[in-house]
Write a protein that binds this ligand. Structure first.
Ligand code: FAD
Ligand code: PYC
Length: 416
């Protein structure tokens, strides 16, 4: 992998970009690969990277219909945490958290992972009980999490309105101090660069339009640039996963919904952590540029448009102003939407399928960014061995046949 010295950076800065080397190649697709990954978001790119790095499988293509990271990966609000309730999901997200903690070094690329703490506010007695249950469940799994009383919370987050004179006064909070944020597009770029340097072909502007399946076995993908063969195909297409399953002739229990976010004009540092409230329903952090990064729940309707409705923005901002009254005078700069694929138990699908050799990694809904390295890591092992990685095993799509659901609607934190 290419490494730049300080002098190298200076030279490139003074060359006005003209002599900058491409960070990854732009190869023509080969006729046949050992593995094809459909979808060049963070999860697809991480899968390709770990296939090459940990399993020595380098004859791999990532096929992306747009540009790398242009889906939910670069549209999300970058919250990373591993405080999930059930053992299966706690293991999955904690696996990811441990990878995040060494990711910049591993990729030799600064993904700006900042463990600034993620707070979940409690506004009712039930919130407090749920919070305590979550903290205890996490501690049993060796995942540090804490319960805070409101006085302590007010000291830690001065901008938060902890007075009793609000519609739903804050009574306490949980805090996962190892949680935080990362720079989303740097995550895509870091994985892309590292995978490319190990020999993975990153094929952009190429849409997969179907699968070639003979006698129930996948043989490759039909694309807008023709057929590309592979006996192992991993589909990592987030909000488009239902469509992709349709191409393969089966149904997935996923619904595609818009999920919106917005950022404000940049302001001076005022919030050095992530604050989420399920109850008034909004969350906020502050980016290194100074923007307030804000979001809430999904738009209730199904759709594939990367936008959303005004009423969600209105409710979200009402919640933010209730939590942080001083933000009422801050102007919003931008709003956008992504398409998230939600499942009935708010947990992902990392699974083989009724088609031999075809695997799906999807259903991350509103919360897959935090899982990116862990998801790629266990999916790569699943593809390489053609057998579910132990952490991935509970997330089989067939749990919706046998009823072994893992209900994480509470810990998913963002309503859906
Ligand atoms: P994507 O990044 O969407 O990648 C899928 C790729 O597949 C896309 O690039 C797409 O173009 C490509 N594709 C689709 N169909 C085809 C095809 N036919 N052929 C070729 N390519 C195809 N998660 C968190 O953990 N924390 C958060 O704070 C958070 N906030 C969010 C806020 C918003 C507004 C949104 C929308 C999501 C948020 N999420 C969050 C969820 C998170 O963004 C996703 O779960 C995660 O990024 C999914 O990554 P991915 O790589 O699976 O999908
Ligand atoms: O999963 O933590 C999360 C999250 C926050 C915002 C959107 N998803």
């Amino acid at each position: 992998m290419q490494r730049y010295s300080g002098f190298g950076l200076l030279k490139h800065a003074l060359s006005y970009h003209e002599q900058w080397q491409r960070v990854w190649r732009n190869p023509e697709p080969k006729k046949q690969y050992d593995v094809i990954i459909v979808g060049g978001g963070g999860h697809g790119l991480a899968t390709a990277y770990y296939l090459a790095k940990e399993h020595g499988i380098t004859n791999v293509a990532v096929i992306e219909k747009g540009w790398l990271g242009g889906g939910n990966t670069a549209r999300n609000t970058t919250i990373v945490r591993s405080n999930y309730l059930w053992d299966e999901s706690a293991a999955l997200y904690e696996h990811a958290m441990k990878l995040w903690e060494g990711l910049s070094q591993d990729l030799n690329y600064n993904v700006m992972f900042s463990q600034r703490g993620v707070y979940h506010l409690c506004h009712t007695l039930q919130d407090l009980r749920d919070g305590e249950r979550l903290v205890n469940a996490n501690l049993l799994n060796g995942i540090p999490n804490e319960m805070l009383e409101v006085d302590q919370l007010a000291r830690e987050i001065p901008a938060l309105n902890c007075s009793k004179n609000t519609r739903y006064p804050i009574l306490g909070a949980t805090v996962q101090r190892r949680g935080g944020v990362a720079r989303h597009d740097a995550v895509a770029w870091g994985f892309a660069r590292a995978a490319d340097s190990l020999g993975v072909d990153l094929i952009q502007q190429t849409e997969v339009t179907g699968f070639k399946i003979t006698n129930g076995v996948v043989e490759g993908v039909e694309t807008t640039r023709g057929f590309i063969g592979a006996n192992t195909v991993g589909c990592v297409t987030a909000g488009n996963s239902g469509v992709m399953a349709g191409y393969a002739g089966f149904e997935l229990p996923v619904e595609s919904h818009p999920l919106q976010a917005l950022v404000s004009e940049p302001i001076k540092p005022v919030l050095d952590c992530v604050v989420m409230s399920n109850h008034v329903h909004g969350y906020c952090s502050q980016s290194d540029k100074g923007d307030l990064v804000i979001g809430a729940g999904i738009d209730g309707y199904n759709g594939y448009g990367q936008r959303g409705s005004y009423n969600i923005i209105e409710h979200t901002l009402a919640a933010i102003v209730e939590m942080f009254p001083t933000f009422s005078r801050v102007r919003m700069n931008r709003q956008w939407g992504g398409i998230v694929d939600t499942t009935p138990d708010a947990c992902p699908i990392i699974s083989d399928t009724p088609v031999k050799g075809l695997f799906f990694n999807c259903g991350w809904g509103t919360g897959g960014f935090k899982a990116t390295p862990g998801s790629g890591n266990v999916f790569a092992a699943t593809l390489a061995k053609r057998e579910a990685h132990p952490i991935a095993k509970p997330f089989s799509m067939f749990r919706f046949h046998n009823g072994a659901l893992i209900d994480e609607h509470g810990a998913a934190a963002v309503a859906h």
